[in-house]
Design a protein around this ligand. Structure first.
Ligand SMILES: C[S@@+](CC[C@H](N)C(=O)[O-])C[C@H]1O[C@@H](n2cnc3c(N)ncnc32)[C@H](O)[C@@H]1O
Length: 271
């Protein structure tokens, strides 16, 4: 999945933080949570003391992590105050949220204190330099686990989806970001103290309507991006928006398929 509003202050691409963006993340949660739940449940074998959900947005993944891994304490980290206030509104005991830029601030400096036993990040790495991801692993307690879920590839037979994905890839590239960052993470060289426990792709098959809703809500975030305005005539984007809206009611699956990269890295226990 991709974030959809250009952050002109830096190299990354940040999410629109409107209610529409939060609603899009609700559909993302509906589509991607089943495979995420299976991944967390398979890889987390001991109850974590502290679990961090990096780039937690309005808290869907934080709640998932808390429910499936059952950590003593779960902390969601995001730089978006708007998303965090939505996340806090639904927070139960044992869950907290911290505002921080996970690309630049070591997590301990963000005031979290203890070393996490579990760090989870879904749909975040495409916005970050590679060394940021490697840096998170250094924050883990010995024996701790870093779980990453990112898009490896998307295949579709729907022309409007193809068109949308082509434009999004171009916009992301303008800001040094990658849509299919999962494919790069798959071949990353990790630090010597990290074991690769899982490195695979898992198929996710949303309905045509779910994909159209995610894309349509996303398009409205970036269609006034300077690159898009300079490259595509306004009529083209309007036609694309209309085509996507026309697909939102279709319940069949199989016309668009995500390959999600799932990576689990374990930090060696101290000898
Ligand atoms: C696509 S959303 C994913 C939200 C959630 N992980 C999920 O899967 O539903 C990406 C989130 O990462 C956050 N984000 C992007 N760059 C960030 C950074 N450098 N530091 C902290 N949060 C960041 C955005 O604000 C957004 O909430």
């Amino acid at each position: 999945m991709i974030d959809d509003q250009t952050d002109r202050s830096g190299s990354i691409y940040s999410f629109g933080e409107t209610n529409l963006a939060a609603e899009r993340l609700r559909v993302v949660s509906e589509v991607f949570d089943p495979t995420s739940e299976a991944f967390v449940s398979e890889t987390v074998r001991n109850r974590p003391g502290l679990a961090l959900d990096l780039g937690c947005g309005p808290g869907f993944t934080t709640r998932l992590l808390s429910r499936v891994a059952r950590p003593e304490r779960t902390v969601g980290v995001d730089r978006s105050k708007a998303f965090l206030s939505q996340a806090r509104a639904g927070a139960a005991a044992g869950k907290g949220y911290v505002t921080a830029d996970v690309a630049v601030a070591p997590l301990r400096i963000a005031g979290i204190g203890a070393q996490p036993d579990l760090i989870y990040a879904r749909f975040l790495s495409s916005h970050l330099p590679e060394q940021a991801v490697a840096g998170w692993a250094k924050e883990l307690a010995a024996g701790g686990l870093l779980l990453l879920e990112e898009v490896d590839s998307i295949s579709t037979e729907v022309a409007a989806f193809d068109e949308y994905l082509k434009i999004v890839s171009e916009v992301l590239a303008q800001y040094g970001n990658e849509l299919f960052v999962g494919a790069r993470l798959a071949t990353s060289r990790w630090a010597a103290d990290l074991w690769i426990e899982v490195n695979r792709t898992t198929e996710v098959r949303p309905s045509t309507g779910q994909a159209a809703r995610m894309f349509s809500m996303n398009l409205s975030n970036w269609h006034h991006d300077p690159y898009v305005e300079a490259t595509y005539p306004p009529g083209k984007l309007e036609r694309l928006a209309t085509e996507l809206d026309g697909l939102t009611g279709f319940a069949e699956t199989g016309r668009i398929v995500w390959q999600m990269r799932q990576i689990a890295l374990r930090r060696h226990s101290a000898p």
